[in-house]
Design a binder for this molecule. Structure first.
Ligand code: GLU
Length: 293
């Protein structure tokens, strides 16, 4: 079987040099391996994603000299797939409805830190969600949901890790970012009870990305180092859902002059702005230290 690579942007802003690096690396690696290159539009967040950005993404990628297979998978068209997976996890008691507001979480954490020392924080610096609702009475939870109380569905990470172990999944992934192939142990507990279904958007990034990678037969995930830690959760979900694990390659991030991670709003590194200022696709490759096409 041919290796399958994908570039999976969210159409919530303009592409910058960091995206160009991801996209070109995927494209070049697919070509070198005689593999396939897919584009996937990760547009499950209706508040932030816009069709104009999707059109611009396609235009920028084409300008860079990349082409991909059609039709392109657009996540917003496959919510039922993600919902089916969530329902499966519900039936196994691995997710629970989480009702605490951000303010309530903050108050809980502040109270804890006043009396008992430091709370646990995830790799992004966000406090872990308190585990108070893991064993909420199911009737009470159902009643609150029926009343329309706002909630997310969160993974009970402790139970999920135990369940993955029961089915014999080794919680590690193959990482190739150092040039060598390396088994990296997955430790999803560093995230606490992650959100798998949001009240303000269907699905979560974690759930849809692992399902789509499996569904599309993606064998190699090449993406920025900012998603390295998310892979701990992705590996766990793959184990729970019986999905194959791709090989992962997390490339270094492109920083701006002050050493900060690029944001979609930074004009000086946006592909559109660079192009309008006269930059060429070869120039972009040169800036990124990539061989010319
Ligand atoms: N959609 C994600 C983003 O734009 C990337 C997902 C991935 O490569 O796994 O940051």
């Amino acid at each position: 079987m041919k290796p399958v690579f994908r570039f999976a942007p969210s159409p919530n802003g303009e592409l910058h040099l960091g995206h160009a690096l991801s996209a070109i690396l995927n494209f070049d690696m697919a070509r070198a391996a005689g593999g396939r290159f897919l584009l996937r539009i990760e547009d499950i967040d209706p508040a932030r994603c816009r069709p104009e950005y999707e059109a611009q993404i396609r235009d920028d990628l084409r300008w860079l000299g990349l082409d991909w297979e059609e039709p392109v998978r657009r996540q917003s068209e496959h919510v039922t797939d993600y919902l089916a997976a969530l329902e499966g996890l519900k039936a196994r008691g691995l997710v629970y409805p989480a009702f605490l507001s951000r303010a309530e979480v903050k108050a809980h954490v502040t109270q804890f830190e006043k009396n008992c020392g430091r709370w646990k924080y995830d790799p992004d610096g966000t406090p872990h969600y308190p585990t108070l609702e893991r064993d909420l009475d199911p009737d009470e939870a159902a009643e609150r949901i029926a009343r329309g109380e706002r909630h997310m569905w969160r993974l009970n990470v402790e139970r999920a890790v135990a369940a993955a172990r029961d089915v014999g999944t080794p919680l590690s992934w193959t990482e190739t970012n150092t040039g060598a192939t390396q088994a990296t142990p997955a430790n999803p507990a560093i995230w606490g009870d992650v959100v798998l279904w949001r009240w303000d958007a269907p699905s979560s990034y974690h759930l849809s990305v692992v399902l789509d990678d499996a569904l599309q037969g993606v064998s190699h995930v090449v993406r920025g180092m900012d998603l390295f830690h998310a892979t701990h959760v992705h590996r766990l979900l793959q184990g729970l859902l019986g999905l194959p694990a791709p090989v992962y390659h997390h490339h270094p991030l492109i920083r701006d002059e002050s050493g900060l991670k690029l944001a979609k709003s930074i004009a000086s590194t946006g592909l559109r702005a660079l192009r309008e200022a006269g930059e060429t696709p070869s120039g972009i490759r040169r800036r990124l230290g990539l061989p010319l096409a």
